[in-house]
Write a protein that binds this ligand. Structure first.
Ligand code: ADP
Ligand code: MG
Length: 225
């Protein structure tokens, strides 16, 4: 389970302090799949950054399966993220000089044997429908195919927490639906906790649970840009 208690986060811009998040309490159960909704500038990405340990709150506690993320040093948070968090970005973040398969190979844990790594990669590329495209460079792939490769990279180690920030934001609507359902199905069958930011209400409907950021964040909207 993930628990946020009395979290606050503000940013200072041009000498002015802007309160972005004030979350009295938010609980996410293991294996939940949540669509996080809210207008642009309302703090959704910041919330994901707190959950992944990229940022720390100004005050408050974040517990991830009993681990006190709020009390961790940066290096400990980096290790936590590498071991426990899969992150999916709107614009994929694939390394452009590597093939789809090499992009995934980069993050294969060193303790995996060569045989295990090969079997896992074969299996995953097949599973997401990229078997015959895995040796292509990112620029030779459609945007949907690139996101499928990025999904493998995020999920192959079966991280306990998967965070997706507008993962379909740069895809056409049909591809967006396919990629979203792939992500949802894998997280369901692997029992991974998934929090996906989207402002597409149709896509959010695919999720078993939807949370509007206003339900958990008490900072009024006037601060949003
Ligand atoms: P959302 O993802 O909901 O669009 P964000 O979490 O990205 O919103 O940003 C929320 C607010 O915080 C915005 O007003 C944004 O400009 C501000 N913000 C985000 N990150 C920073 C930062 N590193 N420095 C200053 N302001 C920031
Ligand atoms: Mg955002």
């Amino acid at each position: 389970m993930i628990e946020m208690n009395n979290i606050s986060k503000s940013f200072t811009m041009h000498g002015q302090r802007l309160s972005i998040l004030n979350v009295p309490e938010w609980k996410i159960q293991q294996g939940e799949r949540i669509a996080l909704l809210g207008p642009s500038g309302s703090g959704k990405s910041t919330l994901l950054h707190l959950l992944s340990g990229v940022m720390i709150p100004d005050a408050g506690e974040i517990w991830v399966n009993g681990l006190p993320l709020h009390g961790y040093s940066q290096s400990k948070r980096d290790r936590f993220r590498a071991e426990h968090v899969g992150y999916i970005f709107q614009d994929f973040h694939l390394i452009s000089s590597l093939t789809a398969r090499q992009n995934v190979e980069l993050i294969v844990p060193p303790e995996w044997s060569k045989k295990q790594a090969k079997e896992q990669l074969d299996d995953w590329f097949d599973r997401v429908g990229l078997k015959d495209r895995q040796h292509h460079m990112p620029y030779e792939l459609s945007r949907g195919q690139q996101q499928r490769a990025a999904i493998i990279r995020a999920l192959i180690t079966k991280p306990q927490l998967v965070l997706a920030d507008e993962p379909t934001g740069s895809l056409d609507w049909e591809t967006a639906g396919e990629v979203m359902s792939l992500l949802l199905n894998i997280c369901e069958s692997e029992k991974l906790t998934l929090v996906t930011v989207t402002h597409d209400l149709h896509l959010a409907e695919m999720y078993p649970k939807r949370v509007h950021i206003g339900e958990i964040n008490e900072v009024p909207r006037r601060n949003a840009v």
